[in-house]
Design a protein around this ligand. Structure first.
Ligand SMILES: [Zn+2]
Length: 335
């Protein structure tokens, strides 16, 4: 096993550890490993590094609105910003973040706190350390139009989804409690249906109802609560029906985005992953923009039922893994 694979395996162990005890990530990560091999975050980084040239555009999708108020959660935007930072700093390309109209404020707040200036698409493409944040329509006809315009205007070199709500096989979008959230959710199936087959797609998810979970659909149906039987009456369950080239399972989807960013830093030799201080700032700013903890509720700067400190700690650990690999190399040279 190469050193790069060792590092990747450790990072994926870390980001799939069930810290919050939600009991969903184990079966999903096992099934994904069986289907696509280990270390998906490094596989994703290698695929992106190969596909994306300087100046290209990479589309980063996120957004999950939580009922009953349909407010954006704090999981998703931070991982999307991580990936966007890596696209900007490690690949010298242009990230475009697209999310539900109701999630734009939270994503913009996370981006600014994550050291990316928020500009419109054209202005962001002309400068570094920037991102554009766009509303991906929830209305189907508008979504179709948005996708057509987007594909002709920017011709994305890759699409990365982080905690992006996806429909089941009946076309219904669900939250993890099994309720129908279709009306307010971005119709990203319109994008995946029209995306040219040669555009690489990566997705990060944690519960089974996100883009990318099509890879492990049966496992989600069998193992995850409401996987096969939802509470909305569509009778098709929450198991998402959109498959991507690679699925990066993570206990918290943000962590999967951070893992992909860290691996992109590793493969390009440009460390880009932010530190725990920036993670805290992103959580606080996303929360102040109205983002809520999707499990515990409330604008507490928590995420997926865990306090900010847990997320800061994950950043410390991921960074330590990549830092340690440098120490290891030094030790070998000294022998
Ligand atoms: Zn349903």
């Amino acid at each position: 096993m190469s050193e790069s694979k060792d590092v990747a395996a450790i990072v994926d162990d870390l980001t799939t550890t069930d810290v919050g005890g939600r009991d969903t990530i184990g079966p999903i990560a096992d099934a994904a490993r069986e289907r696509q091999g280990g270390a998906p975050s490094m596989q994703a980084a290698e695929r992106l590094d190969e596909a994306v040239d300087p100046g290209d555009t990479v589309l980063v999708l996120t957004g999950f609105l939580i009922p009953p108020s349909m407010v954006q959660e704090t999981d998703g935007p931070l991982g999307a910003v991580s990936v966007a930072r890596a696209v900007d700093r490690a690949l010298d390309a242009n990230p475009v973040v697209a999310c539900e109209p109701a999630a734009v404020d939270v994503c913009e707040a996370a981006a600014t706190a994550g050291e990316l200036g928020v500009l419109d698409r054209e202005a962001a493409a002309g400068s570094r350390q920037t991102v554009s944040v766009e509303a991906f329509p929830a209305d189907r006809a508008e979504a179709r139009e948005y996708v057509a315009d987007l594909l002709s205007a920017v011709d994305p070199a890759a699409v990365v989804a982080v905690e992006k709500a996806a429909p089941n096989e009946a076309g219904v979008y669900h939250n993890m409690a099994g309720y129908d959230v279709t009306e307010q959710t971005a119709k990203v199936d319109e994008l995946y249906r029209r995306l040219p087959a040669d555009v690489p797609t990566v997705a990060v998810g944690d519960a089974g109802n996100e883009v990318g979970m099509g890879l492990v659909q049966e496992t989600v149906e069998d193992e995850i609560q409401y996987g096969a039987e939802c509470q909305c009456g569509c009778e098709a369950g929450i198991a998402a029906d959109i498959e991507t080239n690679l699925l990066v399972p993570a206990t918290v989807s943000n962590w999967g985005g951070h893992a992909v960013a860290a691996c992109l830093g590793h493969v390009t030799g440009t460390p880009v992953l932010h530190g725990p201080d920036v993670e805290r700032r992103m959580l606080v700013e996303a929360s102040m923009a109205g983002g809520i903890d999707g499990i515990a509720g409330g604008t507490t700067a928590g995420c997926d039922g865990m306090a900010p400190e847990a997320h800061e700690s994950m950043l410390r650990l991921i960074r330590e893994v990549f830092g340690s690999s440098v120490h290891t190399r030094g030790g070998e040279l000294g022998r």
